[in-house]
Design a protein around this ligand. Sequence first.
Ligand SMILES: Cc1ncc(COP(=O)(O)O)c(C=O)c1O
Length: 449
Amino acid sequence: MITTSETKLPRISTALPGPKSQLVIDYDKKYMSPSYMRDYPFVAERGYGAIVEDPDGNAFLDFAAGIAVCSTGHCHPKVVEAIQKQAAELIHIAGNDFYHRHMPQLAEQLVKTMPKPQDYRVFFGNSGTEAVEGAIKLARYATRRDKLIAFYGCFHGRTLGSLSLTASKNTQRKGFGTLLGGVEHIPYPYAYRCALGHTKETCGGEIIEFLEQQIFKRLFAPEEVAAIIVEPIQGEGGFIPAPLFFLQELQRICNRHGIVLIVDEVQAGMGRTGKWWAYDHAGITPDIVLTAKGIASGMPISAFIAKESIMQWKPGAHGTTYGGNPVCIASALATMELIEGGLMANARKIGDYVFGKINDWPQRFKIVGDVRGKGLMIGVEFVRDQKTKEKAADLRDRVIDNAFHRGLLTLGSGENSIRLSPPLIIDEEQADCAIRIMEESIREAEKNL
Ligand SMILES: Cc1ncc(COP(=O)(O)O)c(C=O)c1O
């Protein structure tokens, strides 16, 4: 329920950033690391539902959701209640050293979402990158192999192990020296830019062939490869879905050679695509699934869910102080209940509704090259020319800025795309509002061409 001062739709009443927001920005500049990369000057003060307000009282419709994290919206009453209740009972005990019921409770809910629940075990961390680190270690430990294969455009995190897999933007790697050895990257099936002219369903066959005929024959013998790690829909890379057959082919290759298939669902998972996991659409059975972001509506927790046959390491082989924190777990349990209880279906329904209205943007706007995604994971790619597909990062940035000034928060993704990743709670009215603002923002960017 929203109070009288609250709103469902944007309400902008000052120039942006407003005076109180500007104070926070100046304060931040004085103390914070310059590595944070705020693309536009939004300052958050409070959030409810799909709305966040700044300190000046402006209300924004949030189609960024804290990088696809606030799956149940901001401060969902059931999530807040679960956090408050748990915080009054037990905040921390360290699951590394002592038992507490919360860890198996959430693990049980997570494995229930797997193709064969009884086959999986869970390890909790605090962030996406930690899940990736743990999965790398587990894959190496279980296979006694050390080579890893990842994809260009992928993002798996910024700690040194996960950064070795990340191949998104060179600024993320530049200056940090030698990373993990034994990592090879191969192209990701990017249908819009497929050199062979394939479609969204068929792109990527040649990459599978490249893996088998080039990588396995010239670089790494498959029996040396510990894991292939893939995002079923690239998140930071531009919201690019892999064709379903491509994921199935990766599974076939991994099964054939005893390679661990790690599916990174940190951004795509937790109901956002209309199913628990984006890989569910392909009907595959990954060896390790990584989750974070949307799992707990903003409380920091991640997990890797691995086949029991793989998760066979000895006590002490891997551990953490905070991972599986009871308060974060309470938030995750409430979040998963809400996702299962309707938000996943809503993501599917509203996602279909939005795609029905924006699929023709490339025909209606000359700077929109491609619209893609699934459910409420929606990517829009901007180009200077639809024929040459020249990337237009500047136009993309302009659209983001125009949308911000109209009260819609979005985020860039890849070199020249915008991602729309709202909370899974949005309704048709909010979707219509976001579509209208996006269309006005694109039209305005086109005017200045
Ligand atoms: C697919 C994917 N994996 C891993 C990560 C790293 O997560 P975190 O920022 O929580 O470390 C991200 C973050 O954007 C991601 O999108």
